[in-house]
Write a protein of this length. Structure first.
Length: 117
């Protein structure tokens, strides 16, 4: 079984999802559950902190595509932070930098939501 952990915490009005380990078809439902919980609680401003993520598959990428439209329709968004180069290269290869904002650190990503108000 793949090693994966997801943790959701609040930073002001922004929800931060910390992902750790391997995000693949076996572990993507854990991330989906985190997003569903945020939606149930009307939390639409999300930063995903990739600091401890070492691998992502197409199934993991698909989770973000499944939720970004709903977040944006509710005046929110999904922003990415703290991504290792090896993980970023996968996002870049598939054109994600055109669709999402990437930040070097979490604070910058969280603050971007304040700048947009």
């Amino acid at each position: 079984m793949s090693d994966f952990n997801v943790n959701v915490r609040g930073v002001g009005s922004v929800s931060v999802i910390d992902v750790k380990g391997y995000l693949d078809a076996h572990t993507a439902p854990d991330l989906e559950n985190a997003f569903n919980s945020l939606l149930e609680n009307d939390q639409f401003k999300v930063v995903v902190n990739f600091n401890d993520l070492t691998y992502i598959s197409s199934a993991g990428l698909g989770v973000f595509m499944a939720y970004v439209e709903t977040m944006r329709e509710n005046s929110g968004d999904i922003k990415f932070s703290n991504m290792q180069d090896s993980v970023y290269n996968i996002f870049d290869l598939l054109g994600f930098p055109v669709l999402y904002e990437f930040f070097k650190d979490e604070v910058e990503a969280v603050n971007k939501f304040s700048d947009e108000q």
